[in-house]
Design a protein around this ligand. Structure first.
Ligand code: 5AD
Ligand code: SF4
Length: 447
C-alpha cells in the first residue's frame, strides 16, 4: 500500500508524541514505545504541535472508549490538511482489533498492536516515504523484558510484569487484543526496580491483566512481590490486577508480612449473582469470593479493598442486580470502578445479545454509584481524628496552598503546604473527609 510521500527532512531529529488512553498497562506500554522509538532516533515531543509523528495508544474495553478515539482521529485528520507531513499511528487494543479498518476509515499511516512495538520505528520510517505499515501479530513470548521504559523523573512508576490474559471472561476483549499470558523474568524486573530507586522513585506498581498468573521458573507472584519489596524497605510497592480465583494464601501472607507492601488490593468482583458470575466465566462463586475477603481481612485487618463492577450484563434481572447491591454492602469496598456492560464483537457474551435496555443499565449504574459513595463516605468518616502516613505527590489540583498525597491504602489526602517535597512520607491528622478525599490539619515528617 502506498500513500503520499511525507517530505520531512531526516537531517534533524524527528519527534514523536504519544497520547495514551485506557488502562495502566497502556501507560506502561507507552513508556516502552518511547524507549524503542528513542533508540531509533525519535525524541519525545512535549506537544502535538512540535511532533513529526503522533501515536494514539488505544483502548477497546468498552465501545465508549473506542468512540472517543475515533473522534480524536477525525480531529487529527482535519489538522492534517495544514500538516500533511505528520505521520499518524494507532497502537494498542484498537489497533489489534480493527487493523486495516483503521487505515480505511481514518487513513492512518501505521497500525501496530501490543506485541509488535519493536517494528514501530521501521514502520514509521516507511510511512515517511509513503508506505503504510501494519503490525498486528500477537506473540506467545514477547515481554519487552530487555527494554528499559522511557520515564520522566518522578515519585511513582508503573512496571509491567506480565502481559496478556488467559481468563476469557465472556464480556472481555482483552484476551483477543493482548493475547496469551506471559511473564517477564524476575531478574530483569528487580534490575528495573533498582534503577528506579537509584533515580529517586519512591513507589512502584507492578502491573498485569492478572498478576496472580505471574511465573518465572519456580517463582510465583508472591515471590516476585516479596523480592521487589526487599530491594528497598522504604519503597512503597503496589500491584494490580488480581483475579479473585488465583489470589493465594501465600500472597496474602506476603502482603501481611512486609511493611512496604501496601495494604490495598484491587479485587474485581464484576457481579454479586452466582448465575451472572457463571455466565461471565469468572470461575468463582459469590460464597468463594466472600470467603477470600474474609481470609484477607483476618490476615491483614487494615487492608483496603476496591473492585470493578459491570451492570446490565445480558440477562441480568432485578434480583441479580440486587445480589450485586448486597455484595457491595457485605464487602464494604473502599472504592469501586463501575461500568455499564458494553457488548464487544468477537467475545462469547456478544452472542447473548444486549437485552438489558440502556435506561435500565443507567438506573442500576446510578444506584450502585450512589451506594458506593455512601460506603466510601462512611468508611472515611471513621478516619477523622486518626493520624495517617501519606506519601506526597505534589500540590493539590484545587489549591496552591495545599499538598496532595496518598495513604498506604491509596486514599487521597489533601493537607496544608509544609517544608516537604514529592516522595516524602509525612504523618497527617485527618480533620474531615468526603467520599473521595481525606482532609488533614498539618503534617510532620515520618521516619
Ligand atoms: N463492558 C463493560 N465493562 C467491561 N470491562 C471489561 N469488559 C467490559 C465490557 N465489555 C470492565 C471490567 C474490568 C474492567 C477493566 O473493565 O469490570 O474489570
Ligand atoms: Fe478481561 Fe477477565 Fe482477563 Fe480481566 S481477567 S483482562 S476481565 S478476561
Amino acid at each position: 500500500m502506498s500513500v503520499e510521500n511525507k517530505s520531512v527532512s531526516r537531517s534533524r531529529e524527528l519527534k514523536v508524541y504519544i497520547e495514551t488512553y485506557g488502562c495502566q498497562m497502556n501507560l506502561a506500554d507507552t513508556e516502552v514505545v518511547l524507549s524503542i522509538m528513542n533508540k531509533s532516533g525519535y525524541s519525545p515531543a512535549r506537544t502535538l504541535d512540535e511532533a513529526d509523528v503522533v501515536l494514539l495508544n488505544t483502548c477497546s474495553v468498552r465501545e465508549h472508549a473506542e468512540e472517543k478515539i475515533h473522534q480524536r482521529l477525525h480531529t487529527i485528520r482535519k489538522e492534517l490538511s495544514t500538516r500533511p507531513d505528520l505521520v499518524v499511528g494507532v497502537l494498542g487494543c484498537m489497533a489489534e482489533r480493527l487493523r486495516t479498518n483503521l487505515v480505511e476509515r481514518h487513513k492512518v499511516d501505521v497500525v501496530v498492536g501490543p506485541d509488535e512495538y519493536r517494528k514501530l520505528p521501521q514502520l514509521v520510517d516507511g510511512a515517511f516515504s509513503g508506505t503504510q505499515g501494519i503490525g498486528v501479530r500477537l506473540s506467545r513470548t514477547e515481554t519487552y523484558d530487555d527494554i528499559v521504559p522511557f520515564r520522566a523523573d518522578g515519585v511513582s512508576a508503573w512496571i509491567s510484569v506480565m502481559r496478556g490474559c488467559d481468563k476469557f471472561c465472556t464480556f472481555c476483549i482483552v484476551p483477543f487484543t493482548r493475547g496469551r499470558e506471559r511473564s517477564r523474568s524476575l531478574d530483569s524486573i528487580l534490575r528495573e526496580v533498582e534503577g528506579l530507586v537509584n533515580r529517586g522513585f519512591r513507589e512502584v506498581t507492578l502491573l498485569g491483566q492478572n498478576v496472580n498468573s505471574y511465573r518465572d521458573g519456580t517463582n510465583d507472584f508472591a515471590d516476585l512481590l516479596s523480592a521487589v519489596a526487599d530491594v528497598d524497605s522504604t519503597l512503597r510497592v503496589r500491584f494490580t490486577t488480581s483475579h479473585p480465583r488465583d489470589l493465594s494464601d501465600k500472597l496474602i501472607d506476603a502482603i501481611a508480612g512486609k511493611d512496604n507492601l501496601c495494604k490495598y488490593i484491587h479485587l474485581p468482583v464484576q457481579s454479586g449473582s452466582n448465575r451472572i458470575l457463571k455466565a461471565m466465566n469468572r470461575t468463582y462463586t459469590r460464597e468463594r469470593y466472600l470467603d477470600l475477603v474474609k481470609r484477607i481481612r483476618e490476615r491483614i485487618p487494615e487492608v483496603a479493598l476496591s473492585t470493578d463492577i459491570i451492570t446490565g450484563f445480558p440477562t441480568e434481572t432485578v434480583q441479580n442486580h440486587q445480589d450485586t447491591v448486597s455484595m457491595m454492602e457485605q464487602v464494604c469496598y473502599d472504592g469501586a470502578y463501575m461500568f455499564k456492560y458494553s457488548p464487544r464483537e468477537g467475545t462469547p457474551a456478544h452472542k447473548l445479545g444486549d437485552d438489558v435496555p440502556d435506561d435500565v443499565k443507567t438506573e442500576r449504574l446510578n444506584e450502585i454509584i450512589t451506594l458506593q459513595q455512601k460506603i466510601s463516605f462512611d468508611l472515611n468518616q471513621n478516619l477523622i481524628g486518626r493520624i495517617v502516613e501519606v506519601m506526597v505527590d505534589g500540590r493539590s489540583k484545587k489549591s496552591d496552598q495545599q499538598l496532595s498525597g496518598r495513604t498506604d491504602a491509596n486514599k487521597t489526602v489533601v493537607f496544608p503546604v509544609g517544608p516537604i517535597k514529592p516522595g516524602d512520607i509525612v504523618k497527617v491528622k485527618i480533620s474531615r473527609a468526603s467520599a473521595a478525599t481525606l482532609f488533614g490539619e498539618g503534617s510532620v515528617a515520618s521516619n
